[in-house]
Design a protein around this ligand. Structure first.
Ligand code: PAF
Length: 292
């Protein structure tokens, strides 16, 4: 265990699960609650908002920073994923001295077997991110389950930008009977309305500015969807990106919010959501918007 002391605020940092588990035993009481925010680091305001909420709603808060290799289907994406632990520690230290950080090595998590286990998420895994990133959700399920077993949180906080991931984690908890309350939190956006993401760090300032078009088109699509069919709305989005050389639309899907299945017509009393993945040069960005 390391207690880093800056400006009179101490922060507990653990690199091994054995040490973390031993420490959590010393602070847990019969009725105390642990909030958990799993991250892959390169922290932005969105992550910090999840931490703030956890701190407010729980006695103790654990944050993990771990770039999980088994959820990357593209080795270049894994290699280039930003790793900024020192900066991240500073941000968390500025936020609160209550955060307990778990920043494990790959070996501490996978113990020499860096593979994901297969999951059945009742079909939630077959659309969108699951379709375009084969194996991604088995990797997410594997790491989140492992982290939940280590941290044993009462509440775990996830951003709605990764809405499909949020539904998948809820399903994993339901199927594995882990007693964790999974809390979805609203998307944090930059001033330009670009959804906050660690990947935004890899955009040039110009690309970052132009990427604001993603949310602009999403909001226009939402408006179109009120009076047009799903097909017409999809065409509108596809055409909007066709003329723009900088952007390569991977998918735009309108889906039922609970099953995540794409729809071809609207029914009353259903909740719909649009999902988008766009490449800005080689950087892949996702976003989502509720259509109701
Ligand atoms: O959303 C993320 O950052 C990751 O997918 C998560 C949940 C931390 C698992 O590695």
């Amino acid at each position: 265990m390391f207690a880093l002391n800056f400006n009179n605020t101490a922060m507990h940092i653990f690199y091994s699960k054995v040490a973390l588990i031993a420490y959590l035993k010393t602070i847990k009481t019969a009725n105390s609650t642990i909030g958990f925010v799993p991250t892959m680091g390169a922290l932005h305001q969105g992550h910090l908002a999840l931490m703030q909420r956890s701190i407010k709603e729980n006695d103790d808060t654990v944050v993990s920073i771990f770039v999980n290799p088994t959820q990357f289907n593209n080795p270049e994406d894994l290699e280039k994923y930003p790793r900024t632990l020192d900066e991240d520690v500073k941000k968390m230290r500025n936020l609160s001295d209550k955060i307990i950080l778990y920043a494990p090595t790959v070996d501490d998590i996978y113990e020499g077997h860096t593979f994901s286990q297969p999951f059945d998420f009742d079909g939630l895994e077959n659309q969108m991110e699951g379709k375009f990133r084969p194996g991604h959700f088995n990797g997410v399920g594997t790491i989140v389950k492992r982290l939940f077993e280590i941290v044993t949180p009462t509440n775990a906080y996830f951003g709605e930008k990764d809405f499909q991931q949020l539904q998948i984690v809820k399903k994993m908890v339901e199927k594995t009977h882990l007693s964790v309350n999974v809390v979805g939190c609203p998307i944090f956006r930059e001033e330009s309305q670009l959804a906050m993401s660690s990947r935004n760090e890899r955009l040039t300032p110009e690309e970052r500015k132009e990427a604001a078009i993603i949310y602009k088109i999403l909001t226009e699509a939402k408006e179109k969807f009120q009076t047009n069919s799903p097909e017409e709305t999809i065409k509108f989005v596809e055409n909007s990106f066709k003329d723009n050389e900088r952007f390569d639309l991977e998918y735009f899907v309108i889906a039922d919010e609970s099953t995540l299945l794409p729809i071809d017509h609207k029914s009353k009393d259903k909740n719909y959501r649009a999902f988008i993945a766009v490449f800005v040069n080689s950087i892949r960005l996702i976003d989502t918007i509720s259509l109701n």
